[in-house]
Write a protein that binds this ligand. Structure first.
Ligand code: ADP
Ligand code: MG
Length: 602
Protein backbone atom coordinates (compact mmCIF):
# COMPACT_ATOMS: atom_id res chain seq x y z
CA UNK A 1 0.00 0.00 0.00
CA UNK A 2 1.44 3.41 -1.02
CA UNK A 3 1.48 6.24 1.48
CA UNK A 4 0.36 8.96 -0.89
CA UNK A 5 -3.33 9.72 -1.43
CA UNK A 6 -5.14 12.26 -3.57
CA UNK A 7 -7.12 14.48 -1.20
CA UNK A 8 -10.90 14.73 -1.49
CA UNK A 9 -12.27 17.93 -3.03
CA UNK A 10 -13.80 19.15 0.19
CA UNK A 11 -10.46 19.02 1.95
CA UNK A 12 -8.78 20.77 -0.99
CA UNK A 13 -11.32 23.55 -0.72
CA UNK A 14 -10.67 23.97 2.97
CA UNK A 15 -6.95 24.13 2.32
CA UNK A 16 -7.48 26.69 -0.44
CA UNK A 17 -9.72 28.66 1.91
CA UNK A 18 -6.75 28.91 4.27
CA UNK A 19 -5.00 31.03 1.67
CA UNK A 20 -7.83 32.89 -0.01
CA UNK A 21 -10.04 33.58 2.98
CA UNK A 22 -7.72 35.24 5.44
CA UNK A 23 -10.50 37.07 7.24
CA UNK A 24 -14.01 38.44 6.59
CA UNK A 25 -12.59 41.32 4.52
CA UNK A 26 -11.24 38.72 2.09
CA UNK A 27 -14.76 37.32 1.67
CA UNK A 28 -16.01 40.80 0.89
CA UNK A 29 -13.20 41.27 -1.59
CA UNK A 30 -13.85 38.02 -3.46
CA UNK A 31 -17.62 38.50 -3.62
CA UNK A 32 -17.38 42.12 -4.63
CA UNK A 33 -14.86 41.33 -7.34
CA UNK A 34 -17.23 38.72 -8.70
CA UNK A 35 -19.93 41.39 -8.81
CA UNK A 36 -17.60 43.76 -10.66
CA UNK A 37 -16.74 41.01 -13.15
CA UNK A 38 -20.47 40.38 -13.65
CA UNK A 39 -20.87 43.93 -15.08
CA UNK A 40 -22.96 45.16 -12.16
CA UNK A 41 -23.97 48.79 -11.79
CA UNK A 42 -24.76 48.70 -8.14
CA UNK A 43 -23.09 46.68 -5.41
CA UNK A 44 -24.31 46.49 -1.84
CA UNK A 45 -22.37 44.96 1.03
CA UNK A 46 -24.09 44.06 4.30
CA UNK A 47 -22.08 42.97 7.28
CA UNK A 48 -22.81 41.79 10.80
CA UNK A 49 -20.31 41.59 13.62
CA UNK A 50 -17.36 42.61 11.49
CA UNK A 51 -18.30 39.92 9.01
CA UNK A 52 -17.93 37.09 11.52
CA UNK A 53 -21.61 36.28 11.60
CA UNK A 54 -22.68 37.59 8.21
CA UNK A 55 -21.37 39.01 4.95
CA UNK A 56 -23.83 39.61 2.14
CA UNK A 57 -23.01 41.04 -1.26
CA UNK A 58 -25.89 41.92 -3.54
CA UNK A 59 -25.41 42.99 -7.14
CA UNK A 60 -27.51 43.76 -10.20
CA UNK A 61 -25.10 42.07 -12.58
CA UNK A 62 -25.63 39.45 -15.22
CA UNK A 63 -26.49 36.66 -12.78
CA UNK A 64 -26.18 32.92 -13.42
CA UNK A 65 -28.33 30.15 -14.77
CA UNK A 66 -29.11 27.39 -12.22
CA UNK A 67 -26.60 25.07 -13.94
CA UNK A 68 -23.87 27.69 -13.84
CA UNK A 69 -24.67 28.57 -10.26
CA UNK A 70 -24.04 24.96 -9.25
CA UNK A 71 -20.89 24.78 -11.34
CA UNK A 72 -19.61 28.02 -9.81
CA UNK A 73 -19.39 26.22 -6.49
CA UNK A 74 -17.11 23.58 -7.93
CA UNK A 75 -13.39 23.88 -7.56
CA UNK A 76 -11.57 25.39 -10.56
CA UNK A 77 -14.81 26.29 -12.27
CA UNK A 78 -14.68 29.70 -13.90
CA UNK A 79 -16.27 31.54 -16.79
CA UNK A 80 -13.33 33.92 -17.03
CA UNK A 81 -10.54 31.92 -18.64
CA UNK A 82 -10.41 28.80 -20.73
CA UNK A 83 -6.80 28.45 -21.86
CA UNK A 84 -3.20 29.22 -20.99
CA UNK A 85 -3.31 32.16 -23.43
CA UNK A 86 -6.22 33.62 -21.52
CA UNK A 87 -4.14 33.48 -18.36
CA UNK A 88 -1.73 35.92 -19.95
CA UNK A 89 -4.47 38.29 -20.93
CA UNK A 90 -6.53 38.66 -17.82
CA UNK A 91 -8.75 41.70 -17.62
CA UNK A 92 -11.21 40.30 -15.07
CA UNK A 93 -10.67 40.41 -11.32
CA UNK A 94 -11.14 36.67 -10.89
CA UNK A 95 -9.82 33.78 -12.95
CA UNK A 96 -8.91 30.91 -10.65
CA UNK A 97 -12.41 29.65 -9.97
CA UNK A 98 -11.43 29.18 -6.37
CA UNK A 99 -13.19 31.80 -4.30
CA UNK A 100 -16.74 30.49 -4.11
CA UNK A 101 -15.88 26.84 -3.32
CA UNK A 102 -13.26 28.00 -0.79
CA UNK A 103 -15.64 30.32 1.02
CA UNK A 104 -18.41 27.75 0.88
CA UNK A 105 -16.08 25.18 2.45
CA UNK A 106 -15.65 27.24 5.63
CA UNK A 107 -19.07 28.82 6.10
CA UNK A 108 -22.81 28.50 5.59
CA UNK A 109 -23.29 30.02 2.17
CA UNK A 110 -26.48 31.00 0.41
CA UNK A 111 -26.44 32.03 -3.22
CA UNK A 112 -29.49 33.51 -4.93
CA UNK A 113 -29.09 34.39 -8.57
CA UNK A 114 -31.10 35.09 -11.70
CA UNK A 115 -30.21 35.95 -15.24
CA UNK A 116 -32.06 38.94 -16.64
CA UNK A 117 -34.16 36.98 -19.14
CA UNK A 118 -34.88 34.03 -16.87
CA UNK A 119 -38.32 33.69 -15.34
CA UNK A 120 -37.07 32.21 -12.09
CA UNK A 121 -33.92 32.39 -10.13
CA UNK A 122 -32.20 29.71 -8.09
CA UNK A 123 -31.31 29.55 -4.41
CA UNK A 124 -28.53 27.25 -3.29
CA UNK A 125 -27.63 26.52 0.31
CA UNK A 126 -24.18 25.11 1.09
CA UNK A 127 -22.91 24.16 4.52
CA UNK A 128 -19.22 23.55 5.09
CA UNK A 129 -18.84 22.70 1.41
CA UNK A 130 -21.84 20.34 1.19
CA UNK A 131 -24.75 21.44 -0.96
CA UNK A 132 -27.91 21.18 1.20
CA UNK A 133 -30.72 22.55 -0.97
CA UNK A 134 -31.32 23.87 -4.45
CA UNK A 135 -34.62 25.68 -5.03
CA UNK A 136 -36.28 27.66 -7.74
CA UNK A 137 -37.11 31.14 -6.38
CA UNK A 138 -38.52 34.45 -7.48
CA UNK A 139 -35.84 37.13 -7.18
CA UNK A 140 -34.58 40.24 -8.94
CA UNK A 141 -31.97 39.81 -11.68
CA UNK A 142 -28.43 39.69 -10.38
CA UNK A 143 -26.73 37.79 -7.61
CA UNK A 144 -26.83 37.81 -3.85
CA UNK A 145 -24.32 35.78 -1.89
CA UNK A 146 -24.65 35.50 1.88
CA UNK A 147 -21.86 34.04 3.97
CA UNK A 148 -22.84 33.17 7.53
CA UNK A 149 -20.76 31.92 10.44
CA UNK A 150 -17.39 32.13 8.79
CA UNK A 151 -15.00 29.37 9.98
CA UNK A 152 -17.81 27.68 11.96
CA UNK A 153 -16.21 24.34 11.08
CA UNK A 154 -12.58 25.48 11.43
CA UNK A 155 -12.27 26.45 15.12
CA UNK A 156 -8.54 27.11 14.79
CA UNK A 157 -9.21 29.82 12.20
CA UNK A 158 -12.13 31.23 14.11
CA UNK A 159 -9.87 31.87 17.08
CA UNK A 160 -7.66 34.08 14.93
CA UNK A 161 -10.43 36.47 14.06
CA UNK A 162 -9.91 39.85 15.72
CA UNK A 163 -12.36 42.08 17.52
CA UNK A 164 -15.47 43.12 15.62
CA UNK A 165 -14.15 46.66 15.17
CA UNK A 166 -10.87 45.43 13.74
CA UNK A 167 -12.55 43.14 11.22
CA UNK A 168 -15.02 45.89 10.36
CA UNK A 169 -12.14 48.28 9.74
CA UNK A 170 -10.50 45.80 7.36
CA UNK A 171 -13.79 45.42 5.52
CA UNK A 172 -14.24 49.15 5.28
CA UNK A 173 -10.70 49.57 3.93
CA UNK A 174 -11.24 46.86 1.33
CA UNK A 175 -14.60 48.32 0.38
CA UNK A 176 -13.14 51.81 -0.09
CA UNK A 177 -10.37 50.53 -2.32
CA UNK A 178 -12.91 48.75 -4.51
CA UNK A 179 -15.08 51.85 -4.63
CA UNK A 180 -12.09 53.97 -5.65
CA UNK A 181 -11.10 51.53 -8.38
CA UNK A 182 -14.62 51.60 -9.81
CA UNK A 183 -16.09 55.12 -9.60
CA UNK A 184 -18.61 54.35 -12.34
CA UNK A 185 -20.42 51.89 -10.06
CA UNK A 186 -22.57 52.75 -7.08
CA UNK A 187 -21.51 51.26 -3.77
CA UNK A 188 -23.09 50.82 -0.39
CA UNK A 189 -21.69 49.35 2.82
CA UNK A 190 -24.01 48.61 5.74
CA UNK A 191 -22.64 47.37 9.03
CA UNK A 192 -25.08 46.13 11.65
CA UNK A 193 -27.96 47.94 9.90
CA UNK A 194 -26.06 51.23 9.87
CA UNK A 195 -25.07 52.65 6.50
CA UNK A 196 -21.34 53.23 6.71
CA UNK A 197 -20.73 54.28 3.11
CA UNK A 198 -23.12 55.17 0.36
CA UNK A 199 -21.56 56.28 -2.90
CA UNK A 200 -23.83 56.91 -5.88
CA UNK A 201 -22.17 56.30 -9.22
CA UNK A 202 -19.57 59.02 -9.86
CA UNK A 203 -18.55 60.71 -13.08
CA UNK A 204 -14.85 60.70 -12.30
CA UNK A 205 -12.23 59.55 -9.86
CA UNK A 206 -12.20 63.05 -8.37
CA UNK A 207 -15.93 62.88 -7.73
CA UNK A 208 -15.49 59.52 -6.08
CA UNK A 209 -12.68 60.97 -3.97
CA UNK A 210 -15.08 63.72 -2.85
CA UNK A 211 -17.55 61.04 -1.75
CA UNK A 212 -14.95 58.94 0.02
CA UNK A 213 -12.69 61.51 1.64
CA UNK A 214 -14.84 64.61 1.83
CA UNK A 215 -14.53 67.91 0.01
CA UNK A 216 -11.74 69.41 2.09
CA UNK A 217 -9.30 66.64 1.38
CA UNK A 218 -10.42 65.88 -2.16
CA UNK A 219 -10.13 69.50 -3.15
CA UNK A 220 -6.46 69.56 -2.23
CA UNK A 221 -5.52 66.62 -4.46
CA UNK A 222 -3.58 67.07 -7.70
CA UNK A 223 -4.40 65.13 -10.82
CA UNK A 224 -1.97 62.60 -12.24
CA UNK A 225 -2.42 61.94 -15.91
CA UNK A 226 0.36 60.09 -17.64
CA UNK A 227 0.15 58.20 -20.89
CA UNK A 228 2.64 56.21 -22.80
CA UNK A 229 2.04 53.77 -25.60
CA UNK A 230 1.61 50.93 -23.13
CA UNK A 231 1.18 52.24 -19.65
CA UNK A 232 -1.43 54.69 -18.45
CA UNK A 233 -1.14 56.17 -14.98
CA UNK A 234 -4.04 58.16 -13.62
CA UNK A 235 -4.86 59.32 -10.18
CA UNK A 236 -4.96 61.99 -7.55
CA UNK A 237 -2.13 62.76 -5.20
CA UNK A 238 -1.93 64.95 -2.16
CA UNK A 239 0.28 67.92 -1.44
CA UNK A 240 3.26 67.12 0.77
CA UNK A 241 1.48 68.67 3.76
CA UNK A 242 -0.96 65.77 3.73
CA UNK A 243 1.79 63.42 4.83
CA UNK A 244 1.01 60.31 6.85
CA UNK A 245 3.17 58.11 9.02
CA UNK A 246 2.29 54.94 7.12
CA UNK A 247 1.43 53.78 3.64
CA UNK A 248 -2.25 53.24 4.39
CA UNK A 249 -3.24 56.39 2.56
CA UNK A 250 -1.58 55.22 -0.60
CA UNK A 251 -4.25 53.60 -2.68
CA UNK A 252 -2.46 51.71 -5.42
CA UNK A 253 -4.15 49.79 -8.20
CA UNK A 254 -2.86 47.77 -11.08
CA UNK A 255 -5.50 47.16 -13.72
CA UNK A 256 -8.14 48.08 -11.14
CA UNK A 257 -6.79 45.59 -8.64
CA UNK A 258 -5.95 47.01 -5.23
CA UNK A 259 -2.34 46.11 -4.54
CA UNK A 260 0.11 46.64 -1.72
CA UNK A 261 3.24 46.68 -3.73
CA UNK A 262 6.65 47.55 -2.32
CA UNK A 263 8.00 48.55 -5.71
CA UNK A 264 5.16 50.97 -6.45
CA UNK A 265 5.30 52.41 -2.96
CA UNK A 266 9.00 52.94 -3.41
CA UNK A 267 8.39 54.65 -6.73
CA UNK A 268 5.92 57.05 -5.15
CA UNK A 269 8.29 57.79 -2.29
CA UNK A 270 11.19 58.57 -4.62
CA UNK A 271 9.00 61.03 -6.50
CA UNK A 272 8.15 62.84 -3.28
CA UNK A 273 11.66 62.33 -1.95
CA UNK A 274 12.79 65.75 -0.85
CA UNK A 275 9.23 66.93 -0.26
CA UNK A 276 8.61 64.63 2.65
CA UNK A 277 10.49 63.96 5.84
CA UNK A 278 11.93 60.46 6.23
CA UNK A 279 9.43 57.83 7.28
CA UNK A 280 6.37 59.68 6.08
CA UNK A 281 4.11 58.86 3.16
CA UNK A 282 2.04 61.02 0.86
CA UNK A 283 -1.67 60.66 0.30
CA UNK A 284 -2.39 59.30 -3.12
CA UNK A 285 -4.69 57.31 -5.33
CA UNK A 286 -2.82 55.85 -8.26
CA UNK A 287 -4.31 53.64 -10.94
CA UNK A 288 -1.91 51.94 -13.30
CA UNK A 289 -3.18 50.42 -16.46
CA UNK A 290 -0.66 47.97 -17.85
CA UNK A 291 -1.18 45.54 -20.75
CA UNK A 292 -1.94 42.20 -19.08
CA UNK A 293 0.99 40.38 -20.72
CA UNK A 294 3.37 42.82 -18.99
CA UNK A 295 2.17 42.03 -15.50
CA UNK A 296 1.69 38.72 -13.69
CA UNK A 297 -1.29 38.89 -11.35
CA UNK A 298 -1.07 35.24 -10.46
CA UNK A 299 1.66 35.45 -7.83
CA UNK A 300 -0.26 35.93 -4.59
CA UNK A 301 -3.20 33.94 -3.17
CA UNK A 302 -5.33 37.05 -2.70
CA UNK A 303 -3.71 38.82 -5.70
CA UNK A 304 -2.61 41.63 -3.43
CA UNK A 305 0.81 41.59 -5.07
CA UNK A 306 1.71 41.61 -8.73
CA UNK A 307 4.91 41.06 -10.65
CA UNK A 308 5.90 43.38 -13.46
CA UNK A 309 7.77 42.10 -16.48
CA UNK A 310 9.99 45.17 -16.35
CA UNK A 311 9.92 46.57 -12.81
CA UNK A 312 12.43 49.35 -13.42
CA UNK A 313 10.41 50.67 -16.33
CA UNK A 314 7.28 50.84 -14.19
CA UNK A 315 9.24 52.44 -11.39
CA UNK A 316 10.54 55.11 -13.72
CA UNK A 317 7.10 55.80 -15.18
CA UNK A 318 5.45 56.21 -11.81
CA UNK A 319 8.22 58.55 -10.78
CA UNK A 320 7.86 60.56 -13.93
CA UNK A 321 4.07 60.68 -13.71
CA UNK A 322 4.26 61.98 -10.16
CA UNK A 323 7.05 64.42 -10.85
CA UNK A 324 5.00 65.95 -13.64
CA UNK A 325 1.90 66.08 -11.50
CA UNK A 326 3.72 67.69 -8.58
CA UNK A 327 5.54 70.20 -10.73
CA UNK A 328 2.37 71.42 -12.41
CA UNK A 329 0.54 71.38 -9.10
CA UNK A 330 3.13 73.68 -7.60
CA UNK A 331 2.82 76.03 -10.56
CA UNK A 332 -0.93 75.96 -10.20
CA UNK A 333 -0.78 76.83 -6.55
CA UNK A 334 1.61 79.62 -7.37
CA UNK A 335 -0.84 81.05 -9.88
CA UNK A 336 -3.55 80.69 -7.29
CA UNK A 337 -1.70 82.50 -4.54
CA UNK A 338 -0.81 85.18 -7.06
CA UNK A 339 -4.44 85.51 -8.02
CA UNK A 340 -5.54 85.69 -4.41
CA UNK A 341 -3.14 88.43 -3.53
CA UNK A 342 -3.70 90.51 -6.65
CA UNK A 343 -7.46 90.13 -6.57
CA UNK A 344 -7.64 91.27 -3.01
CA UNK A 345 -5.30 94.17 -3.57
CA UNK A 346 -7.53 95.38 -6.31
CA UNK A 347 -11.10 94.07 -6.00
CA UNK A 348 -12.04 95.38 -9.43
CA UNK A 349 -9.54 92.94 -10.87
CA UNK A 350 -8.43 95.56 -13.37
CA UNK A 351 -4.77 95.81 -12.49
CA UNK A 352 -2.14 94.26 -14.70
CA UNK A 353 -1.27 91.91 -11.91
CA UNK A 354 -4.80 90.64 -11.65
CA UNK A 355 -4.99 90.19 -15.42
CA UNK A 356 -1.79 88.24 -15.43
CA UNK A 357 -3.09 86.19 -12.57
CA UNK A 358 -6.20 85.43 -14.54
CA UNK A 359 -4.32 84.35 -17.60
CA UNK A 360 -2.09 82.12 -15.52
CA UNK A 361 -5.26 80.62 -14.13
CA UNK A 362 -6.80 79.94 -17.49
CA UNK A 363 -4.35 77.14 -18.08
CA UNK A 364 -5.27 75.38 -14.83
CA UNK A 365 -7.32 72.24 -14.68
CA UNK A 366 -11.00 72.71 -14.02
CA UNK A 367 -10.98 71.68 -10.39
CA UNK A 368 -8.25 74.15 -9.53
CA UNK A 369 -10.16 76.90 -11.23
CA UNK A 370 -13.09 76.29 -8.98
CA UNK A 371 -10.85 76.34 -5.98
CA UNK A 372 -9.54 79.73 -7.01
CA UNK A 373 -12.94 81.16 -7.72
CA UNK A 374 -14.04 80.30 -4.26
CA UNK A 375 -11.59 82.82 -2.88
CA UNK A 376 -13.45 86.07 -2.43
CA UNK A 377 -11.78 89.42 -2.87
CA UNK A 378 -13.17 90.48 0.51
CA UNK A 379 -11.12 89.82 3.63
CA UNK A 380 -11.83 86.37 4.98
CA UNK A 381 -11.85 85.74 8.68
CA UNK A 382 -8.81 83.70 9.41
CA UNK A 383 -9.04 81.60 12.25
CA UNK A 384 -6.42 82.05 14.87
CA UNK A 385 -5.74 78.34 15.02
CA UNK A 386 -3.89 78.76 11.78
CA UNK A 387 -1.00 80.08 13.79
CA UNK A 388 -0.72 76.90 15.74
CA UNK A 389 -0.85 74.26 13.09
CA UNK A 390 1.17 73.57 9.99
CA UNK A 391 -0.22 74.63 6.67
CA UNK A 392 -2.55 71.75 6.00
CA UNK A 393 -6.06 72.53 4.96
CA UNK A 394 -6.78 73.78 1.47
CA UNK A 395 -8.39 76.94 2.73
CA UNK A 396 -5.07 77.92 4.22
CA UNK A 397 -3.46 76.87 0.99
CA UNK A 398 -5.70 79.24 -0.85
CA UNK A 399 -4.89 82.08 1.46
CA UNK A 400 -1.26 81.38 2.01
CA UNK A 401 -0.37 79.06 -0.82
CA UNK A 402 3.26 78.14 -1.27
CA UNK A 403 5.25 80.29 -3.60
CA UNK A 404 6.54 78.98 -6.87
CA UNK A 405 9.74 77.12 -7.28
CA UNK A 406 12.27 79.75 -8.22
CA UNK A 407 11.56 80.34 -11.87
CA UNK A 408 14.33 82.73 -12.55
CA UNK A 409 16.62 84.79 -10.47
CA UNK A 410 14.68 87.87 -11.52
CA UNK A 411 11.64 86.67 -9.62
CA UNK A 412 13.28 86.73 -6.26
CA UNK A 413 16.44 88.78 -6.53
CA UNK A 414 17.00 87.65 -3.01
CA UNK A 415 20.48 89.00 -2.53
CA UNK A 416 19.25 92.57 -2.85
CA UNK A 417 16.68 92.15 -0.08
CA UNK A 418 17.17 93.01 3.55
CA UNK A 419 18.02 90.03 5.73
CA UNK A 420 15.77 90.06 8.80
CA UNK A 421 17.27 86.97 10.34
CA UNK A 422 16.80 83.26 10.67
CA UNK A 423 13.80 81.41 12.01
CA UNK A 424 14.16 78.13 13.90
CA UNK A 425 17.65 77.78 12.43
CA UNK A 426 15.88 76.59 9.28
CA UNK A 427 14.36 79.51 7.42
CA UNK A 428 15.96 82.69 6.23
CA UNK A 429 13.68 85.71 6.62
CA UNK A 430 13.88 88.52 4.09
CA UNK A 431 12.01 91.76 3.82
CA UNK A 432 10.56 92.33 0.37
CA UNK A 433 8.81 95.45 -0.82
CA UNK A 434 5.43 93.83 -0.51
CA UNK A 435 5.88 91.33 2.25
CA UNK A 436 7.93 88.79 4.09
CA UNK A 437 9.91 86.08 2.31
CA UNK A 438 10.87 82.83 3.97
CA UNK A 439 13.54 80.71 2.34
CA UNK A 440 14.04 77.09 3.29
CA UNK A 441 17.81 77.14 3.64
CA UNK A 442 18.23 73.40 3.27
CA UNK A 443 16.03 73.17 0.20
CA UNK A 444 17.77 76.16 -1.31
CA UNK A 445 21.15 74.67 -0.74
CA UNK A 446 20.05 71.34 -2.17
CA UNK A 447 18.79 73.09 -5.27
CA UNK A 448 22.06 74.95 -5.65
CA UNK A 449 23.98 71.68 -5.43
CA UNK A 450 21.64 70.06 -7.90
CA UNK A 451 21.83 72.82 -10.48
CA UNK A 452 25.57 73.02 -10.22
CA UNK A 453 25.95 69.28 -10.54
CA UNK A 454 23.80 69.40 -13.62
CA UNK A 455 26.30 71.74 -15.20
CA UNK A 456 29.35 69.83 -14.09
CA UNK A 457 31.19 67.46 -16.37
CA UNK A 458 34.28 65.34 -15.97
CA UNK A 459 36.34 67.90 -17.86
CA UNK A 460 35.20 70.84 -15.77
CA UNK A 461 34.85 71.08 -12.06
CA UNK A 462 36.55 67.89 -10.98
CA UNK A 463 38.88 67.98 -8.05
CA UNK A 464 41.59 65.42 -7.30
CA UNK A 465 41.84 63.96 -3.84
CA UNK A 466 45.24 63.78 -2.20
CA UNK A 467 45.55 61.18 -0.96
CA UNK A 468 42.90 59.08 -2.76
CA UNK A 469 40.23 57.62 -0.52
CA UNK A 470 39.46 53.92 -0.19
CA UNK A 471 35.82 52.87 0.05
CA UNK A 472 34.68 49.40 1.18
CA UNK A 473 31.07 48.42 0.54
CA UNK A 474 29.02 45.27 1.16
CA UNK A 475 28.72 43.18 -2.06
CA UNK A 476 25.17 44.26 -3.03
CA UNK A 477 25.97 47.91 -2.58
CA UNK A 478 29.27 47.48 -4.38
CA UNK A 479 27.33 46.15 -7.37
CA UNK A 480 25.01 49.12 -7.19
CA UNK A 481 27.93 51.51 -7.20
CA UNK A 482 29.44 49.74 -10.22
CA UNK A 483 26.25 50.42 -12.13
CA UNK A 484 26.51 54.11 -11.29
CA UNK A 485 30.17 54.41 -12.31
CA UNK A 486 29.78 55.73 -15.89
CA UNK A 487 27.31 58.36 -14.72
CA UNK A 488 29.46 59.29 -11.76
CA UNK A 489 32.43 59.68 -14.05
CA UNK A 490 30.49 62.04 -16.29
CA UNK A 491 29.92 64.19 -13.22
CA UNK A 492 33.57 64.44 -12.31
CA UNK A 493 33.99 61.48 -9.99
CA UNK A 494 36.92 59.23 -10.64
CA UNK A 495 36.28 55.92 -8.94
CA UNK A 496 38.32 52.82 -9.55
CA UNK A 497 36.89 49.38 -8.67
CA UNK A 498 39.39 47.18 -6.86
CA UNK A 499 37.29 44.03 -6.95
CA UNK A 500 34.70 42.85 -4.45
CA UNK A 501 33.08 45.85 -2.83
CA UNK A 502 36.28 47.90 -2.68
CA UNK A 503 36.92 51.11 -4.59
CA UNK A 504 39.44 53.93 -4.69
CA UNK A 505 38.12 57.46 -5.11
CA UNK A 506 40.65 59.59 -6.99
CA UNK A 507 38.56 62.66 -7.73
CA UNK A 508 35.16 64.19 -7.05
CA UNK A 509 33.08 67.09 -8.41
CA UNK A 510 34.32 70.28 -6.77
CA UNK A 511 30.72 71.40 -6.21
CA UNK A 512 30.42 68.68 -3.60
CA UNK A 513 33.83 69.33 -2.13
CA UNK A 514 33.03 70.14 1.51
CA UNK A 515 31.39 66.73 1.86
CA UNK A 516 33.33 63.55 2.42
CA UNK A 517 33.27 61.63 -0.92
CA UNK A 518 33.21 58.20 0.73
CA UNK A 519 30.18 59.17 2.78
CA UNK A 520 28.46 60.59 -0.29
CA UNK A 521 28.83 57.42 -2.32
CA UNK A 522 27.92 55.22 0.63
CA UNK A 523 24.66 57.11 1.19
CA UNK A 524 23.99 57.01 -2.52
CA UNK A 525 24.10 53.23 -2.80
CA UNK A 526 22.24 52.72 0.45
CA UNK A 527 19.26 54.48 -1.07
CA UNK A 528 19.31 52.47 -4.28
CA UNK A 529 17.18 49.34 -4.48
CA UNK A 530 19.23 46.37 -5.58
CA UNK A 531 17.59 45.61 -8.93
CA UNK A 532 17.02 49.20 -9.88
CA UNK A 533 18.06 50.75 -13.16
CA UNK A 534 18.62 54.30 -12.06
CA UNK A 535 18.20 57.23 -14.37
CA UNK A 536 20.73 60.06 -14.33
CA UNK A 537 18.35 62.66 -13.01
CA UNK A 538 17.80 60.52 -9.96
CA UNK A 539 21.52 60.19 -9.43
CA UNK A 540 21.83 63.97 -9.42
CA UNK A 541 18.97 64.30 -6.97
CA UNK A 542 20.51 61.71 -4.67
CA UNK A 543 23.87 63.38 -4.72
CA UNK A 544 22.52 66.88 -4.23
CA UNK A 545 20.29 65.63 -1.45
CA UNK A 546 23.10 63.85 0.34
CA UNK A 547 25.49 66.72 -0.10
CA UNK A 548 22.95 69.16 1.30
CA UNK A 549 22.22 66.89 4.26
CA UNK A 550 25.88 66.91 5.20
CA UNK A 551 26.72 70.51 4.52
CA UNK A 552 26.81 73.41 6.93
CA UNK A 553 23.57 74.85 5.52
CA UNK A 554 21.34 71.96 6.50
CA UNK A 555 18.15 72.60 8.45
CA UNK A 556 18.62 73.33 12.13
CA UNK A 557 21.94 75.05 11.59
CA UNK A 558 22.53 78.60 12.81
CA UNK A 559 23.94 80.69 9.95
CA UNK A 560 26.05 83.82 10.16
CA UNK A 561 24.78 86.81 8.17
CA UNK A 562 27.76 86.38 5.87
CA UNK A 563 26.78 82.77 5.18
CA UNK A 564 23.22 83.80 4.43
CA UNK A 565 24.45 86.49 2.08
CA UNK A 566 26.64 83.95 0.32
CA UNK A 567 23.76 81.49 -0.05
CA UNK A 568 21.47 84.18 -1.49
CA UNK A 569 24.10 85.27 -3.96
CA UNK A 570 24.50 81.69 -5.10
CA UNK A 571 20.75 81.34 -5.47
CA UNK A 572 20.51 84.47 -7.55
CA UNK A 573 23.38 83.36 -9.73
CA UNK A 574 21.53 80.25 -10.82
CA UNK A 575 19.36 80.18 -13.85
CA UNK A 576 16.75 77.81 -12.59
CA UNK A 577 14.38 76.18 -14.96
CA UNK A 578 10.67 76.73 -14.53
CA UNK A 579 10.03 73.15 -13.57
CA UNK A 580 12.39 71.70 -11.05
CA UNK A 581 12.73 67.97 -10.52
CA UNK A 582 10.39 67.91 -7.53
CA UNK A 583 8.52 71.17 -7.79
CA UNK A 584 9.38 71.77 -4.18
CA UNK A 585 9.05 75.38 -3.15
CA UNK A 586 12.26 76.96 -1.95
CA UNK A 587 10.64 80.07 -0.69
CA UNK A 588 7.34 81.37 0.42
CA UNK A 589 6.11 84.90 0.44
CA UNK A 590 3.50 86.24 2.82
CA UNK A 591 2.36 89.46 1.28
CA UNK A 592 1.69 92.55 3.33
CA UNK A 593 -1.83 92.32 2.09
CA UNK A 594 -2.24 88.85 3.57
CA UNK A 595 -0.77 90.05 6.83
CA UNK A 596 -3.13 92.99 6.86
CA UNK A 597 -6.09 90.76 6.24
CA UNK A 598 -4.98 88.57 9.07
CA UNK A 599 -5.12 91.58 11.41
CA UNK A 600 -8.38 92.85 9.84
CA UNK A 601 -6.60 95.97 8.61
CA UNK A 602 -7.60 95.97 4.97
P1 ADP B 1 -13.54 33.29 -10.46
O1 ADP B 1 -14.07 34.61 -10.07
O2 ADP B 1 -12.07 33.18 -10.27
O3 ADP B 1 -13.99 32.84 -11.80
P2 ADP B 1 -15.25 32.32 -8.35
O4 ADP B 1 -15.23 31.09 -7.55
O5 ADP B 1 -15.15 33.60 -7.61
O6 ADP B 1 -14.11 32.21 -9.42
O7 ADP B 1 -16.58 32.35 -9.21
C1 ADP B 1 -16.83 31.28 -10.10
C2 ADP B 1 -17.73 31.69 -11.23
O8 ADP B 1 -19.01 32.02 -10.73
C3 ADP B 1 -17.28 32.94 -11.95
O9 ADP B 1 -16.35 32.63 -12.96
C4 ADP B 1 -18.58 33.49 -12.51
O10 ADP B 1 -18.89 32.90 -13.73
C5 ADP B 1 -19.60 33.04 -11.49
N1 ADP B 1 -19.98 34.10 -10.55
C6 ADP B 1 -19.52 34.27 -9.30
N2 ADP B 1 -20.07 35.35 -8.71
C7 ADP B 1 -20.92 35.88 -9.62
C8 ADP B 1 -21.79 37.03 -9.62
N3 ADP B 1 -21.88 37.84 -8.56
N4 ADP B 1 -22.50 37.27 -10.73
C9 ADP B 1 -22.41 36.46 -11.82
N5 ADP B 1 -21.60 35.39 -11.87
C10 ADP B 1 -20.86 35.09 -10.79
MG1 MG C 1 -14.04 35.34 -8.17
Amino acid sequence: MGKIKVLPDQLCNQIAAGEVVERPAAVVKELVENSVDAASHRIRVLVHKGGRSLVRVVDDGEGMSPEDALLALERHATSKIASVQDLQNIRSMGFRGEALPSIAAVSRLEMITREKDAVFGVRILVEGGTIRTVDEVGCPPGTSVTVRDLFFNVPARRKFLRAVDTEAAHISDMFLRQALANPELSWQLVHQDRTVHDFPKAASLRDRAYQVFGATLAKSLFPVDFNTENVVIRGLVGPPELQRANARSLFLFVNKRPVKDALLTHAVLTAYDTLLPKGSYPFGILLLDVPPPLVDVNVHPTKREVRFRDPSLVLEMVRQALNEALASAMQASWARSFYVSSASLNPTGKSTAAREGQSALSSLPQADLHASKRVQPQPEPVQLTWLHRPMASPSDQELFGPSPPLNSSAVLGSSSLKILGQLACTYILLEAQDGLILIDQHAAHERICYERLRRTSSSSGSQRLAPPQVLDLPPVEGDALKRWLPDLQALGFEVEPLGGGSFVIHAMPSVLKPVDPGLLLRRLVEKTPAEDRTPRAELLEHLAHTAACHSSVRAGQRLQTEEIRHLLAELDALELSATCPHGRPLWWKITLDQIQRFFYRS
